[in-house]
Design a protein around this ligand. Structure first.
Ligand code: UT7
Length: 329
């Protein structure tokens, strides 16, 4: 066995579609209000992809921006992992479209379907493969066209989500952005809290299923609420404890953009000020696997990262699944 190699972030990028949909837009066809959505979630707008934009189209722009940021050629990428629950097709994977379009002629690749936790799962997988010497450079993407699987008649879920993509390039022995810790977990007993019941092998599609809208996403939001507040706290605490850090060492938290009230309840219990937490859900809503990498790229491009900063990323969602990462910039 080779000695384990350090893994760092050498480039990031993101893309959100141009079309913005506000809370007022929902008032036109659902029994809801801007006031309810803003107060209960913190969300004011979300981006919605064009009809002719699929998941890989969002990925490609985010990936090209990350390559540009890293200053490397696509041919240097050994592995592409796309985290998504809204792939272009059920077969083949979405990574193959990205590989072809960006010209990553030397890359292997696959998708990971772990919903809101997906990007951190992909990051953990790529980190392990780089650390063990299997590969040198990985392109990790979280991307969703959630608008394609929403039940637009369900006010409890449709108002929460948006489309977008975020990308990171990870490399062995990179000087900055060192990944100190990654973690993941599952509580499969709660698999039905966030789901798309039909369309898989258990309930293949029929005309009746489509009429009943069982092929679309459904959530039991208030069950997620309690779980998310608890996990947010324990994930941050766990990653700090296991790397010998305290809460005061933490420069910034880049969390899954789930709900302003969830974020505030969790950081209150941890005694972290809101200015040490990055939030963009007011503009983009919850973009599932894309949420953490979009937020991280915004932080980086805003010049908020300084050498030595300690950054925590946490995510949780369907599974129920969770994941975290700790990075020393
Ligand atoms: O990232 C993982 C996926 N994300 C999630 O699963 C979301 C996590 N959960 C949440 O963000 C919150 O639980 C929600 C925003 C979904 C709901 O907030 P809540 O404070 O937990 O509300 P609730 O579900 O307890 O519903 C309260 C009331 C209900 O009416 P009744 O039964 O009290 O009369 C709902 O029917 O609010 C009603 N309601 C709405 N009213 C206006 C639910 N959605 C809406 C809406 N507009 N869009």
């Amino acid at each position: 066995m080779n000695e384990l190699r350090e893994v760092g972030i050498i480039g990031t990028g993101h893309y959100v579609p141009e079309r913005s949909m506000t809370n007022h837009d929902f008032e036109k066809f659902l029994e809801t209000s801007d006031e309810w959505i803003t107060q209960r979630t913190g969300i004011r707008a979300r981006r919605i992809a064009a009809d002719d934009q699929a998941c890989s189209d969002l990925c490609v722009i985010a990936a090209e921006r990350a390559l540009d940021d890293a200053g490397i050629d696509a041919s240097e990428i050994d592995l592409i992992i796309v985290a998504t629950v809204t792939p272009d097709y059920l077969l083949p994977n979405t990574a193959c479209f990205v590989q072809n379009r960006i010209g990553a002629v030397n890359a292997g690749g696959w998708d990971i379907a772990n919903a809101c936790t997906g990007f951190l799962s992909a990051m953990m997988s790529a980190r392990g493969l780089i650390a063990s010497g299997n590969i040198r450079t990985a392109l990790v993407i979280g991307a969703e066209k959630l608008s394609s699987i929403l039940n637009w008649q369900d006010r409890t879920s449709a108002i929460l989500f948006g489309d977008g993509a975020g990308a990171m390039i990870l490399r062995a022995d990179a000087p900055d952005g060192r990944i100190l810790f990654t973690d993941s977990g599952l509580d499969g007993a709660q698999w039905d809290v966030i789901q798309r019941p039909a369309g898989g092998s258990r309930e293949p599609l029929t005309h009746e299923i489509i009429e009943e809208r069982r092929h679309l996403m459904s959530i039991r939001g208030n069950e997620v609420f309690k779980f998310a507040v608890r996990k947010f706290r324990t994930l941050i605490k766990g990653s700090l404890e296991q790397t010998g850090h305290g809460i005061d060492d933490l420069t910034l938290v880049v969390p899954h953009q789930v709900n302003q009230r969830i974020i505030e309840a969790a950081i209150d219990a941890l005694a972290i000020d809101l200015d040490r937490v990055y939030v963009n859900l007011d503009r983009f809503g919850n973009t599932s696997a894309a949420s953490v990498p979009i937020a991280f790229d915004e932080v980086k491009r805003a010049g908020r990262l300084n050498k030595g900063d300690l950054i925590s990323m946490v995510a949780f969602g369907s599974g129920l699944a969770w994941g975290s990462a700790l990075v020393r910039w």
